[in-house]
Structures are given as structure tokens and as C-alpha cells.
Design a protein around this ligand. Structure first.
Ligand SMILES: O=P(O)(O)O[C@@H]1[C@@H](OP(=O)(O)O)[C@H](OP(=O)(O)O)[C@H](O)[C@H](OP(=O)(O)O)[C@H]1OP(=O)(O)O
Ligand SMILES: Nc1ncnc2c1ncn2[C@@H]1O[C@H](COP(=O)(O)OP(=O)(O)OP(=O)(O)O)[C@@H](O)[C@H]1O
Ligand SMILES: [Zn+2]
Length: 500
């Protein structure tokens, strides 16, 4: 607690009011949050984005409303520092990202920031070597070793600010996102985080920064012994690829993605390159590119099925002055650069390990879930499943909690995204503040950094939904295979031929 007294005591409260709304512009959104970037000049906000919670219009979509922990969730996360004692449930996401996801993925890739602590209000305390500054709606978490930086913090937002922002961004939001949810205007705070599409101070120095956002999804094939025989296809085709078939079947996408997560997570530079090229061809909501924070490629707001990927002039033209390759070669060079940096960073190795915490697959974890909620197991209504999995219903509560906890952590790792940002490095620049990668064919160096985004806690009550969706994905895939005369064996042979 002593060190905390070194922190400034005279603080000014930060509240975003209606008059501030014009300074915040639409950056993007997912199912649960809407993100705004700052275009004003206040030093407190330059280089930041705010993440606002959304409120689903349809109650059945409100799975993410983790405003209150259930009794079982309290059991699940009881050993996680501070998660349950947080004064505001909105802070849970931050603590989860800090205490659970950051150690798994590497703290250097999880939300570094440089917000001025003097703007922080409220009381402070120290927990496990971390400064926690907190008031009713704000929380900053600062590593005790950190000189001047925070990780992320909440700021207060007025209802009028939210209403005004909601109006301003409406025309930029994809219609299907507008239909699904609005900004939650009952929320009185927002998460303020570093804008990962720029380098710190990049805007002020006017250096070009090109940033790629990738949602890689699950990068391994499950091998759990609890997978039912009828679902064996899961061992040879990724969930992503099977889910594509379902999405296509349901008209959610008009084209099957060429991307296969197994390539991206393969650890082979050639296959990573193949994955990046496939993502560029069929970006869906898995790939977008920003130039100086503006989207230049891919769908805004989690575009599901954009066919018009490039905004304005061609991507090749946009790379002029950034990639020093001849006209016609810049796009290919850039994709090679992205692949090379991902390969060298090793960042996906850690993400894959986190995803693999899902040891038993949902077909195993679902039984542990029912042990925890003490309800009749829905999966065991099927006799064959009951026989295969009966051992899971005799394990201890602690074992069940561990299985489900690990499953949910893995679910976050399977759904998060990362942003990899590049800025050309001046020849002869001796500073070594970031990692550097060289685009060999043209001998051009770039600084790069990698940051994970969307490391939210998944609610326990999603387990049944996960089980049902999994069954739906597999049965749709099997059905399509049957209709097209492709047997499981043939699918497996194809996968093997593709080197999977
Ligand atoms: O189940 P999935 O794989 O479809 O993942 C959902 C994502 O769909 P997609 O990546 O397009 O297939 C989905 O993304 P979109 O809304 O489709 O862009 C969400 O990320 C969802 O998470 P949450 O409900 O916001 O916590 C994701 O749900 P979780 O399964 O991660 O809980
Ligand atoms: N820190 C950040 N820096 C820059 N851009 C960001 C940042 N956080 C989010 N974004 C942008 O905002 C978009 C939506 O954010 P995010 O993925 O956190 O939403 P979400 O609703 O939690 O997503 P999901 O649908 O996966 O649950 C991202 O796709 C990204 O383009
Ligand atoms: Zn069961």
C-alpha cells in the first residue's frame, strides 16, 4: 500500500459528456461491444479507443450479459484474484484479461497503454503486486514495476454522450448489427484502451502505420475420447471449416472461406503465408487492414460477407510509399511481410496452447457442466453418449470445475483477435523499441507489434449453447458430405493430402 501513496492524490474525474461525442468516431464492433476511436486533440485520449457495451434487442441473444455472476460462476472463478470481489461487474472483463489471459498469452501482447495516472480517481490498493485504482465505475490496473503506464481503464460516460454517439455512428454500422443490438445506454462507464492500430505517438509523428486484424479461430483438431463416433469428422476437419458450411447453408455467407486455421497455427512459414493469402481472398470477419487507423480492407463492424473488400483506390495503390516494391508487387510483398512477422513473433504458439486447454472437447466438457449446475445432463439423454461419458459424471466437483474453467478460457482464446501493426523503419535508425522484421526481397525493415483484443470472459450459461451449436455444425457438415457423396474417409484423405 505504501507505494500507492507515490501516486498523485489530486485527481480530476473524467466524464465524457454530450459535447464530447463528436470527437469519437466509429471504429468497429463485434457481437458484444462497439468500439470508437478518438479524433480530437486531448492528450488523455489521443491514441485511445473506447469500448462500449451493447444491449441485445432480442433477449435470447443476451448470453453475454455477465452483469451478475451466478452461484456456479462464483465457484468456477473463486480462485482467480479479485474477480469476484470487483465492485463493478463491468470490471470483471479487465481483471479476467489481466489475471487469466495475459499470463497465458504474454503480458507484452495484452493491452499495454500509457494513460496518465493523474487523471484517475478513487481509492487505490495493491493486489499481488498490482496497483488497483478503483471507484464506482472506474478501474485501472497498473503493474507495480511499471513506471508510468496503465493497462486499461474505465471512464465515466453520460447517458447523453451514449445517445449522441449512437446517432452519429448509426449510418456506418452494418444493418444486421443494428438489428441485433444497440449501445447499452444504461451503462455509465466505458473501457478506455490503447488504439492498437497505431504505434504509441504514431499519429503525432505522422509515421504511416499499417495494421492487420486477424480473428484466427480454433487452430487445432480435437482428439478427445468423448467425441461420439458419428462425429469423428471433427478429428480431421477444423470447426472453422465445418462452421463455414453451416453458415453457407443458412445464407449467412455467400462464399466458403479459403482460410484454414490449421495453416495459420502450423508453425511453418509457408503455411502461414498460405493462410494470410486465403484470409486476404476471403476476409469475412477474420481479416481486416487499417492504414493510419482507417479501415482500408475488409468489412466494417465484423463484416460477415463483404464482397467489396477494398475501400476506395486499390490496395496496391494504397501501399505506395509504404512497401517499397514495384507496382504490382506491393500487395504480395505486404502479405509476405505479415506472414513473416507472425511466424517470427511466435505469438500464435501461446494462443494455441491456451486454446488447447479445451482437452475434452465440448462433448466431454458438457457433462462436467451438468455436474456443476446439478441438473439432469441433456447430452446423456442419448444412450450412446451416456455409455461413452458415464465416467465423467462420477468425478469430483473440483475436477468438474477445472474442466469447465479450462473450457471457457479456451473459448476466449478461440474467439479473440490480434492486431499486428507495422511501420517502416528508417534506414540506419538505431532505436530498438519494437521488434523488427525484414522484407527480404526488397530489403525493407519494419517495426512491428502484436496485441490481442477481445479477451472477454465467456459466461458459464453458454455451455449448452456450445454443445448444441457443435452438434448442429457437425450434422450439417455430415449431411452435406452425404448429399455430395463424400464419405468421412474421403474427407480425411483430402485433409491428409493437404498436409493436415
Ligand atoms: O461460436 P462461434 O465460433 O461462431 O463464435 C462467435 C463469433 O462468431 P464467428 O467467429 O463469426 O463464427 C461471434 O462473432 P460475430 O458476431 O459473428 O462477428 C462472437 O465473437 C461470439 O462471441 P460473443 O457472443 O460476442 O462472446 C462468438 O461466440 P463464442 O463461441 O466465442 O462464444
Ligand atoms: N484496442 C483496440 N484498438 C484498435 N481497434 C480495436 C481495439 N479493440 C477493438 N477494436 C476494433 O473494434 C472491433 C470490435 O471490437 P471487439 O472485437 O472487442 O468487439 P466484441 O463485440 O467484443 O467482439 P466479438 O464479436 O468477438 O465478441 C474489432 O474488430 C477491432 O476492429
Ligand atoms: Zn452427461
Amino acid at each position: 500500500m505504501q507505494e500507492v501513496s507515490r501516486l498523485p492524490t489530486e485527481c480530476t474525474e473524467l466524464v465524457l459528456e454530450e459535447k464530447d461525442a463528436a470527437d469519437w468516431i466509429y471504429r468497429g464492433e463485434g457481437a458484444a461491444n462497439l468500439v470508437l476511436a478518438y479524433k480530437g486533440s486531448s492528450p488523455s485520449f489521443v491514441g485511445k479507443v473506447i469500448r462500449l457495451q451493447k444491449a441485445p434487442k432480442n433477449i435470447s441473444q443476451s448470453m453475454n450479459g455477465t452483469s451478475v455472476f451466478s452461484v456456479q460462476e462464483c465457484l468456477l472463478w473463486k480462485d482467480t484474484n479479485d474477480l469476484l470481489s470487483s465492485t463493478s461487474k463491468e470490471n470483471v472483463g479487465q481483471l479476467y484479461s489481466l489475471h487469466i489471459m495475459s499470463p497465458l498469452l504474454g503480458s507484452e501482447h495484452v493491452d499495454p497503454g500509457d494513460l496518465d495516472l493523474r487523471k484517475m480517481v478513487g481509492r487505490s490498493r495493491m493486489v499481488d503486486g498490482l496497483y488497483m485504482l478503483e471507484n464506482k465505475a472506474s478501474l485501472a490496473v497498473i503493474e507495480s514495476t511499471s513506471q508510468s503506464s496503465e493497462i486499461q481503464m474505465r471512464i465515466l460516460v453520460s447517458k447523453e454522450f451514449l445517445e449522441s454517439v449512437e446517432k452519429n455512428v448509426l449510418c456506418q454500422r452494418p444493418a444486421w448489427r443494428v438489428d441485433a443490438a444497440n449501445i447499452n445506454i444504461l451503462c455509465d462507464s466505458a473501457l478506455l484502451v490503447s488504439d492498437h492500430s497505431v504505434f504509441p505517438h504514431g499519429i503525432l509523428k505522422e509515421e504511416p502505420c499499417i495494421s492487420v486484424e486477424i480473428k484466427p479461430k480454433c487452430g487445432f483438431l480435437p482428439s478427445s475420447r468423448f467425441i461420439a463416433e458419428g462425429n469423428f469428422i471433427k478429428r480431421s476437419i477444423t470447426r472453422f471449416r465445418m462452421h463455414q458450411v453451416l453458415k453457407h447453408h443458412e445464407g449467412e455467407i455467400s462464399q466458403i472461406s479459403e482460410y484454414d486455421p490449421l495453416d495459420l497455427f502450423s508453425g511453418s512459414s509457408e503455411r502461414i503465408h498460405k493462410a494470410i493469402k486465403a484470409l486476404f481472398t476471403t476476409p469475412q470477419n477474420n481479416f481486416r487492414i487499417f492504414l493510419n487507423s482507417s479501415l482500408i480492407f475488409g468489412g466494417l463492424g465484423g463484416g460477415r460477407d463483404s464482397t467489396d473488400f477494398v475501400m476506395g483506390e486499390s490496395f496496391e495503390d494504397k501501399m505506395e510509399g509504404i512497401i517499397r516494391a514495384d507496382y504490382g508487387l506491393r500487395t504480395a510483398s505486404f502479405l509476405q511481410l505479415v506472414a513473416e512477422a507472425i511466424f517470427r513473433s511466435g505469438v500464435l504458439d501461446r494462443l494455441l496452447e491456451a486454446q488447447k486447454l479445451d482437452l475434452l472437447d465440448i462433448e466431454g466438457a458438457i457433462h462436467a457442466y451438468y455436474n456443476i449446475v446439478s441438473q439432469p445432463c441433456v447430452a446423456c439423454r442419448d444412450l450412446a453418449v451416456r455409455e461413452l461419458s458415464h465416467s465423467l459424471h462420477s468425478i469430483s466437483l473440483e475436477e468438474s470445475l477445472k474442466i469447465v474453467r479450462d473450457y471457457l478460457v479456451a473459448a476466449t482464446a478461440k474467439d479473440c483477435s490480434f492486431m499486428i501493426s507495422f511501420r517502416p523503419r528508417e534506414d540506419g535508425d538505431p532505436s530498438l523499441s519494437h521488434r523488427t522484421v525484414c522484407l527480404e526481397p526488397i530489403n525493407q525493415n519494419f517495426d512491428y507489434k502484436v496485441n490481442f483484443i477481445d479477451l472477454d470472459l465467456k459466461p458459464l450459461k453458454k455451455m449448452l449453447y456450445y454443445y448444441e451449436l457443435d452438434q448442429k455444425i457437425v450434422s450439417c457438415y455430415n449431411q452435406m458430405n452425404k448429399e455430395h457423396g463424400i464419405s468421412d474417409t474421403k474427407s480425411m484423405e483430402r485433409s491428409e493430402a493437404a498436409g493436415i
